[in-house]
Design a protein around this ligand. Structure first.
Ligand SMILES: Cc1cc2nc3c(=O)[nH]c(=O)nc-3n(C[C@H](O)[C@H](O)[C@H](O)COP(=O)(O)OP(=O)(O)OC[C@H]3O[C@@H](n4cnc5c(N)ncnc54)[C@H](O)[C@@H]3O)c2cc1C
Length: 390
């Protein structure tokens, strides 16, 4: 199977594939069984500079666009791996590059680009607020002694907190009832987790999920953040987060598309080799047609992803395309996952075939970091101009 790719991306694809070949199915399967973080893989990705793709070249990063970055994550998933182990550094980079001060960028970005520091934790979601990020309650107040900030509150999902050096935390700096615009009053902080974890100001409890994923509930207990930890202007943090959403949607779409092609490749191979009733099962239309349909849906989602990435990198407005790409790609990968499992019959449930592992992993893309319902609400209200429900 080939995906739609501009020729100048072939070299990136080849490099990522070569790296991923060192981490075959057995590597991911073993970690899945042990529920362990793929540390060696993330190290290799960091050392190769792939995770610094979106750090501008002037800070020593890859200086790439979202198009190239998306190919990196696509290839990881297409190889049978799972980008979620490390994708956040790409997801959050726009907030930092666009809104951090020159001093903050000079301090953090070169170290991130060299791979000395990891910025792979993004702490936003809270249990009570859920998808309504503007309702979060974690507070940051000024520390009168230092001029810095003190953060208190709970987040129910913050991934990679133990393996990242830095985190971006969204916290309320103005009470919601004092606001006329609910998108204001939240601020974004860059926090050094290495110190915070040691200080006891960050209490972390692991959350076990249906696939191997390092995610946590976290309580910030008087977490002290220096004044220069605030990104941009106080009260504007949610706007900065939104600013990164289109990139995040496109990158996630690429991961789902990588999964989708992986499922199709595996299913086609199995359907061509497995003989029942004296012929390969793939000769039966009941097996062949669902595969052809799922493949078409991946290719269609892929086309929207390229258009979204093209517009994003050209600085054009791409909210509609980025959101559609995320939804179509996650739906297409889930369709392909189901067809792949069906094609494998009982073996689809057998751990050694890896289908059940990828099946569990790809299901996340319909749900997080944003649920497809919220994408539909965005399309309905912001693209089609339908009335708002909330
Ligand atoms: C494995 C995993 C890792 C995660 N990692 C992180 C992380 O690192 N950092 C972080 O900040 N967050 C993280 N999250 C959280 C993730 O972003 C949230 O799960 C997501 O934003 C949805 O919030 P929720 O789970 O509270 O769902 P809810 O908001 O409770 O929604 C539940 C359901 O109701 C639907 N719904 C809600 N409101 C509406 C509406 N108005 N119209 C239609 N349908 C609606 C939703 O679409 C969804 O189907 C992670 C989640 C998972 C599962």
């Amino acid at each position: 199977m080939t995906s739609i790719a501009a020729p100048n991306l072939d070299a990136i694809r080849a490099d990522v594939r070569a790296l991923c070949a060192q981490f075959p199915d057995a590597y991911w399967r073993d970690l899945d069984e042990k529920r362990e973080h793929p540390g060696a893989f993330v190290d290799a990705m960091t050392k190769a500079g792939f995770l610094a793709a979106l750090v501008p070249a002037e800070y020593g990063g890859g200086g790439m666009g979202v198009t190239e970055a998306s190919v990196i994550l696509e290839e990881v998933n297409r190889s049978g791996g799972h980008s979620a182990a490390c994708h956040a550094q790409m997801y959050v980079m726009r907030a930092l590059v666009r809104h951090a001060s020159a001093e903050q960028k000079a301090r953090w970005l070169p170290a991130i680009a060299r791979g000395d520091l990891r910025l792979q934790a993004f702490s936003i979601t809270e249990a009570e607020a859920g998808s309504d990020t503007t309702a979060i309650q974690t507070r940051a107040v000024r520390d009168p002694e230092t001029g810095g900030w003190i953060i208190d509150g709970r987040k129910n999902w913050t991934s990679r907190l133990m393996t990242s050096d830095l985190a971006l935390i969204l916290a309320r700096t103005t009470p919601r009832e004092d606001l006329t615009d609910r998108t204001r009053g939240l601020s974004l902080f860059l926090v050094d987790l290495r110190e915070a974890r040691e200080s006891g100001e960050v209490a972390i409890s692991p959350v076990r999920t249906m696939f191997n994923y390092e995610t946590f509930e976290v309580e910030y207990r008087g977490l002290r953040v220096p004044a220069d930890g605030l990104i941009g202007e106080a009260g504007m943090g949610f706007r900065y987060v939104i600013d990164g959403w289109n990139a995040e949607r496109i990158l996630l779409a690429a991961e789902a598309i990588g999964d989708g092609y992986w499922f199709i490749d595996r299913a086609v191979r199995y359907a061509s080799e497995r003989v029942v009733f004296g012929r390969p099962i793939g000769a039966n239309q009941g097996v062949q047609f669902p595969l052809a349909k799922a493949y078409s849906h991946i290719v269609a989602a892929d086309a929207v992803r390229w258009e979204a990435a093209r517009k994003f990198d050209a600085g054009l407005s791409c909210g509609a395309e980025a959101n559609m790409a995320k939804m179509l790609a996650s739906d297409a990968s889930w369709e392909a996952a189901n067809i792949c499992l069906d094609t494998h019959g009982g073996n689809g449930f057998v751990v050694e075939y890896d289908v059940e592992r990828k099946f569990r992993e790809t299901r996340l893309y319909q749900v997080a970091p944003i649920n497809n319902n919220l994408i539909l609400a965005y399309l309905g209200q912001h693209v089609l101009g339908l009335p708002r429900s909330y």
